[in-house]
Design a protein around this ligand. Structure first.
Ligand SMILES: [Zn+2]
Length: 472
């Protein structure tokens, strides 16, 4: 029998606020253990939490960017469980009245992955296991999170990968989180079950907890899919349980039996007031949202005539997209600017995090100037390219590297002279050309370009060389 995967995600995203969700402690990553804490975030009796307004605003933005409805009224609840990373023995979260619901993310294959809800909650502390002891660090306790819960709409690991990547991109674009999976500011739990292809029923699911790399997620899902197929094929049934993925052995193992919501004894947190988000506030936050990467991508293809793949590369990081848009302001060459960035500038940014910060030697204004010189015919493409390389290497400005005389180009007589030299000094190429090898002329044009330091017009040179050979 053939089976299909049915998977849903619960994604925790740390919000990039400066302070924690219920106190004014810093949310900075790292720091000496237990130094970013106060009586509120370690839950001492008698302290009173106060909800950080920015947390609500960020969560609303996340909801708007994922097509959610924003609740006018919502509230905070206590989720009770006893574990050393949670000194109060309850986590403040949202149960039956989440801030956002009924959204979706559209994948490139046109399928919509429905978002059930997005709610806000506090993060727990971190347990550090060392030499047989377990230590606890509460620096992370009280850091604001949103939990983005999807419907079980994902059918393949490719869809899972795209879903997580899109969430990551959107959250970074709108500035609510850096979504650094390796630092734990984005973590995924995956619910996964299988069913015969064509069936509409849902099978018993397992939940793989707390994965912090897209590669691990897809590997774990593949492993778990195959494991469940084996279980069913051997006549047994899948047990509903919570699993942990081990990236060394590439297997999943049981952590605990699955709890249900009523195990947590949720109830409204009596210390916190109702959250009221006015429609005016929603409109205001919506107006603050930037154009999203997929909207940009579509516009780059339609408006600038870029290939889909280039548009994707330029929109993946907000800073690169902004750089690109500034560099083409008032120019007629959106394609050339795209080629310069992808072909030349990207060589100077080694990895994804450098692309994210995009600190390069050449400002968008300089690139804009260069493109305008090409537009006005003052500079040839070859010279523009080599100048850009020099700017990238040295950090020098355009006017330090290129003079008026460079820009003037060569007049036709000077080009003719160089063409004559090219023909004289390359008899082999001339013979090849005469014998029908059309391409041989390129090396002659190359000679002219090299000896004019890129200033000659290659089309003109090719025409003149052709004439010289014909008449010789
Ligand atoms: Zn605190």
């Amino acid at each position: 029998m053939r089976y299909e995967m049915v998977a849903g995600f619960e994604t925790h995203v740390e919000l990039a606020t400066n302070t924690k969700i219920f106190c004014s402690c810093t949310t900075q990553f790292g720091g000496e253990p237990n130094t970013h804490c106060c009586p509120i975030c370690i839950g001492l009796p008698g302290t009173l939490p106060k909800l950080n307004k920015r947390v609500v605003e960020y969560a609303v933005k996340a909801g708007l960017a994922t097509n959610c409805e924003i609740a006018e009224i919502s509230k905070m609840d206590r989720k009770n469980y006893c574990y050393p990373d949670l000194p109060k023995a309850y986590q403040i979260s949202q149960y039956d009245m989440p801030l956002c619901k009924n959204g979706y993310i559209e994948l490139s294959n046109g399928r919509k992955i429905r978002i059930t809800r997005i709610h806000i909650e506090e993060d727990a502390g971190k347990l550090v296991h060392s030499r047989g002891n377990t230590l606890v660090d509460y620096n992370r306790g009280g850091v604001p999170l949103i939990e983005i819960v999807s419907e079980p709409d994902i059918r393949t690991v490719e869809e899972a990968r795209e879903y997580v990547e899109k969430l990551q991109l959107i959250m970074r674009y709108i500035g609510v989180s850096d979504c650094k999976m390796q630092e734990g500011s984005m973590r995924c739990d995956v619910n996964i079950s299988i069913r015969p292809v064509g069936s509409e029923e849902l099978g018993t699911r397992t939940e793989i907890k707390n994965m912090n790399s897209i590669n691990f997620i897809t590997k774990a899902m593949e492993y778990e899919f195959n494991r469940q197929v084996d279980v069913i094929e051997s006549g047994e049934s899948v047990v509903q349980e919570t699993l942990r993925y081990d990236d060394v052995s590439n297997t999943t193992s049981s952590m605990r039996g699955k709890e249900d919501a009523n195990d947590y004894r949720y109830f409204r947190d009596p210390d916190l007031v109702t959250i009221n988000v006015s429609r005016e506030k929603v409109a205001e936050l919506k107006a603050e949202l930037p154009e999203l990467p997929f909207e940009k991508q579509k516009r780059y293809v339609e408006e600038f005539g870029l290939p889909e793949s280039d548009a994707q590369l330029l929109t993946k990081y907000r800073k690169i997209a902004e750089y690109y848009e500034k560099s083409i302001e008032g120019t007629k060459n959106p394609k050339t600017a795209a080629n310069f960035i992808i072909g030349q500038i990207f060589r100077y940014v080694d990895n994804e995090s450098e692309k994210e910060s995009f600190n390069i030697n050449v400002s968008s204004e300089s690139l804009n100037e260069l493109i305008k010189l090409i537009d006005s015919g003052k500079i040839r493409m070859n010279l523009a390219k080599s100048t850009l390389d020099k700017m990238l290497e040295t950090g020098k400005k355009l006017n330090e590297l290129i003079s008026e005389s460079d820009m003037a180009g060569l007049d036709e007589n000077a080009v003719k002279e160089l063409c004559r030299q090219a023909v004289e000094s390359n008899p082999n190429a001339v013979n090849d050309y005469k014998n029908g090898k059309q391409k041989a002329i390129k090396s002659l044009v190359g000679y002219v370009m090299k000896n004019s330091r890129g200033k000659a017009d290659p089309m003109l040179a090719e025409r003149i060389i052709g004439e010289i050979i014909k008449n010789s």
